[in-house]
Design a binder for this molecule. Structure first.
Ligand code: PAF
Length: 293
């Protein structure tokens, strides 16, 4: 593990694309850096972050215009990533590093391929976070629980960049993203279909059975893809659901707020990968079909 960023200088300039829950939380962590927001109409973004002591912090984030920046951090939903980047084509030559801090898989390789086709020299990073945050309203975000944010280079190279505050660099980010994807592939669609809190997947007999069947299918899928998980997915999913028992998963929140979900980049990604090996994932497919009804 090359380094953790806690001692890096606060001279980094960062633009955040996607000032939703996690984007706003990161903006607050990075408030001492030079910070910009990316908005459709290039206007200043105003957000309020309610911290874990219930104190409200106002954030005023100027729009990124054409300044050279160290980091462009993308915290949109996975499905919006490529379109969002393409809309920033004129500014991309000004970017040193691009960090995708999102749920799901598939978008990272799409971006890597597009950057190399377009011959952009920005270095691509991917990250995952266990920080808990949710949107209380369009401009207000609640910081629900501290966690860790790990990032790594999408393609193996030696990391050379200085890091924004609070990020830990790891050299196995793809494996970590896969592990998170596996857990999300189990908890997220089930909580959305059953409209239940995470803990009910453990305590409710029928939901638990569905969890066990889905976890087994996802575990076997990763093995068939020759990327076996190094943990028992059923046990880990039950443990995560129990540890976050009172939470509504991000997918359930999306469904309840009639927002598009990220499942096409979670279960949908797995279905597409498995299809290339002629493997069917009936539990995954059924859940996606139920949620698209
Ligand atoms: O997406 C989520 O909500 C979370 O990643 C998880 C682990 C399912 C807990 O709620």
């Amino acid at each position: 593990m090359p380094y953790s960023s806690s001692s890096s200088p606060l001279t980094q300039s960062i633009a955040i694309l996607g000032l939703g829950a996690i984007g706003t939380l990161m903006a607050w962590h990075w408030r001492e850096h030079t910070l910009y927001g990316v908005s459709r109409d290039a206007s200043t973004c105003h957000r309020t972050l309610i911290d874990q002591q219930q104190a409200a912090h106002q954030l005023t984030i100027p729009a990124w215009q054409h300044e050279a920046i160290d980091w462009l951090v993308i915290t949109t939903k996975a499905s919006a990533t490529l379109d969002a980047l393409q809309s920033l084509q004129k500014q991309l030559p000004q970017v040193q590093n691009i960090l995708l801090l999102q749920n799901g898989m598939g978008q990272q390789q799409q971006v890597a391929d597009w950057l190399s086709q377009q011959r952009y020299s920005a270095t691509l990073w991917a990250g995952i976070s266990t920080e808990g945050a949710y949107r209380q309203s369009a401009e207000q975000v609640v910081y629900a629980g501290s966690g860790d944010t790990h990032i790594g280079l999408w393609q193996a190279q030696h990391p050379t960049a200085s890091m924004p505050n609070g990020l830990t660099v790891v050299d196995d980010i793809q494996q970590r993203i896969r592990a998170k994807l596996a857990i999300n592939a189990v908890i997220n669609p089930l909580t959305a279909v059953f409209r239940c809190r995470n803990g009910e997947l453990v305590s409710h007999g029928e939901y638990r059975q569905a969890l066990e069947a889905l976890a087994s299918e996802v575990q076997q899928c990763f093995t068939a893809l020759q990327q076996p998980l190094d943990f028992d997915l059923k046990e880990r999913s039950l443990a995560v659901a129990q540890a976050t028992a009172r939470n509504q998963s991000s997918t359930l929140q999306d469904v309840l707020h009639q927002r598009p979900t990220e499942l096409d980049y979670i279960n949908g990604y797995l279905i597409r990968q498995a299809q290339q090996l002629d493997i069917e994932l009936p539990h995954n497919r059924r859940l996606l079909a139920q949620l698209s009804e």
